[in-house]
Design a protein around this ligand. Structure first.
Ligand code: RTP
Ligand code: MG
Length: 141
């Protein structure tokens, strides 16, 4: 499997719960390397732009409200099959449906406050990484 990169966000609920380190430990234990990271309060415009694919969806305003409710921890993860591996670690969007032992099962409260974001394809990962990081800020291989 190819070494690839994915964009991960620890969302405001998990930052407020003080579990950034516990989530990072899961990435590292799965062989994913953190090659860029920043703690950031998103503006409304930044959150709307990031989730623009969802702008016609009924949950869009609630999603943006939530994403600007506090700082988020944004990172680039690098490793073999990083996109799928991160999605596996995260678990299903709705924590009630997430497998035991996944990040969302263990740290998320609801489908809105669901602890983490992860890119859903290598193509979107490249777009999402460029949305938050200059190439000079990513320290991968
Ligand atoms: P994410 O993009 O945040 O990693 O989550 P995801 O791929 O698992 O889910 P996605 O379909 O991309 O939806 C983005 C975020 O919108 C919220 N959502 N709410 N109320 C709803 O039916 C609903 N559906 C999605 C979730 O917070 C989800 O993470
Ligand atoms: Mg998504």
């Amino acid at each position: 499997m190819a070494v690839e990169r994915t964009l991960s966000i620890v969302k405001p609920d998990a930052v407020a719960k003080n579990v950034i380190g516990q989530i990072y430990t899961r990435f590292e234990a799965a062989g994913l390397k953190i090659v860029a990271a920043k703690l950031k309060q998103l503006s409304r415009a930044e959150a709307e732009g990031f989730y623009a694919v969802h702008k016609e969806r009924p949950f869009f305003n609630a999603l943006v409200d939530f994403m600007v409710s506090g700082p988020v921890m944004i990172q680039v993860l690098e490793g073999e099959g990083a996109v799928a591996k991160n999605r596996e670690l995260m678990g299903a969007t709705d924590p009630k449906k997430a497998d035991k032992g996944t990040i969302r099962a263990d740290f998320a409260d609801s489908i809105d406050a669901n602890a983490v974001h992860g890119s859903d394809s290598a193509e979107n990962a490249a777009i999402e990484i460029a949305y938050f990081f200059a190439s000079s800020e990513v320290y991968g291989r």
